[in-house]
Design a protein around this ligand. Structure first.
Ligand SMILES: N[C@@H](CCC(=O)N[C@@H](CS)C(=O)NCC(=O)O)C(=O)O
Length: 212
């Protein structure tokens, strides 16, 4: 199995956690996003969106971190990353999607580059944009998780799920941009619990071979 990723990519980080939790060996192929390697002809042949991660194995080439994680979960069910009950699966997916669809894409490298490059936004304006979307998204997640009895040690109960795989990389990104996180005690508590686990620690950006 090959994982094409970048140490700072939070989407690739989600997949690295899944692989580590499931104890799956893989070859890590760094794609340097700042140098623009995602736009090379060879990488475009693997991922037409020119985004990381991409996972390749004997069955094919897979893109989109959440689709990759569910693929891995279906092929290697232990430990499961989704609960069994349909209503619980819907809740876990909703948390994951709130991060992966509604927070992360607005703050992606290419979006920030478009703001400062094509639209001529200043660094301050870019940082205000970043902070605005992060705060809006995290505040909603905090309110939802803090008020729901289904929240446990982790986002859903006391077992790690897909939701935690999205939360931890998103908070790592927020910290990189020096976003204050005091207003999100439930999120930071869950994040700290997750990061005690070796699978999360091993998947962290600073532990990757391409870490600057
Ligand atoms: N929805 C995609 C998002 C992938 C994505 O946005 N990846 C970012 C890194 S976290 C990327 O490759 N950015 C390259 C760029 O912006 O040019 C997924 O979950 O896999």
């Amino acid at each position: 199995m090959k994982l094409y990723g970048y140490f700072r990519s939070s989407a690739a980080y989600r997949v690295r956690i899944a692989l580590a939790l499931k104890g799956l060996a893989y070859e890590y192929v760094p794609v340097h996003l700042v140098k623009g390697e995602q736009r090379s002809e060879s990488y475009r042949a693997l991922n037409a969106q020119q985004l990381v991660p991409t996972l390749g194995d004997e069955r094919g080439t897979f893109t989109q971190s959440l689709a990759i994680i569910e693929y891995l979960d279906e092929r290697h069910p232990e430990p499961p990353l989704l609960p069994k009950a349909p209503e619980a699966r819907a809740r876990v997916r909703a948390i994951a999607l709130a991060i992966a669809c509604d927070i992360h894409p607005l703050n992606n490298t290419r979006v920030l580059q478009y703001l400062t490059g094509t639209l001529g936004a200043s660094e301050d304006a870019k940082n205000a944009w970043y902070r605005h979307w992060i705060d809006l998204g995290l505040a909603a997640l905090e309110a939802g998780l803090a008020s729901d009895m289904a929240t446990g040690v982790f986002c859903h109960g006391d077992r790690v799920t897909l939701a935690d795989l999205c939360l931890v990389p998103q908070l790592a990104n927020a910290r990189r941009y020096k976003i204050p996180l005091e207003a999100y005690p439930t999120l930071t508590r869950i994040d700290a619990e997750c990061r005690k686990l070796e699978a999360f620690a091993a998947a962290a950006p600073e532990r990757q071979p391409d870490a600057a």
